[in-house]
Design a protein around this ligand. Structure first.
Ligand code: ADP
Length: 169
């Protein structure tokens, strides 16, 4: 069983095996949590992202997929980059958002990570309503078959924290 923990704060301060990044498909950095991870993690993360773009991910990382790099100077062994879907209105496909969590845990299992920290993927620049994103995130992690022992959702603000708390008993 995977334990689910909620924390309000900055994900770049977490001590875990793997920190998940809400990246964009370019893998070359962005704002929000992506910018924060690259700033605190240092240039080694971006260097490895560039190598991924020059090799297996020439077209970038597809929405709903995940790939790992070093965590640089973060207190973690890996950063797992995943690309959330952009909110397109009420017809948006929740399966793509669920896929981010599932694929990230699959990569975590491949690496042997036992503790993983997630941000609220897609709820920033990608505009997914946080109440719905929280439900998808918690249900997907709860239903995942994974050897990860502890998932910590790190929510930046109180609204996101409360939205996740609605679904974590
Ligand atoms: P996306 O493009 O997937 O929407 P964002 O980084 O814009 O990604 O936002 C995702 C969520 O991460 C938002 O809820 C935002 O408030 C939150 N966030 C931003 N910076 C941090 C951080 N340092 N730690 C944890 N969460 C953060």
């Amino acid at each position: 069983m995977t334990t689910i923990t909620l924390v309000q704060g900055d994900i770049t301060w977490q001590s875990v095996d793997a920190v998940v990044n809400a990246a964009n498909s370019s893998l070359l950095g962005g704002g929000g949590v992506d910018g924060a991870i690259h700033r605190r993690g240092g240039p080694a993360i971006l260097a490895e992202c560039r190598r991924l773009r020059a090799s297996r991910y020439g077209k970038g990382l597809a929405t709903g997929r995940a790939v790992a790099t070093t965590a640089g100077e973060l207190d973690a062994r890996w950063v797992i980059h995943t690309v959330g879907p952009v909110w397109q209105g009420p017809g948006s496909d929740p399966a793509l958002l669920a896929s981010c969590y599932r694929e990230s845990l699959r990569v975590a299992d491949e690496l042997g990570a036992r503790t993983v920290a997630f941000p609220a993927i897609s709820t920033g620049v990608f505009r997914w309503p946080v109440e719905e994103a929280a439900r998808i995130a918690v249900e997907t992690v709860r239903d995942a078959e994974t050897a990860v022992e502890e998932v910590t959702f790190v929510l930046f603000d109180e609204r996101a924290y409360k939205a996740f708390a609605e679904h974590v008993g």
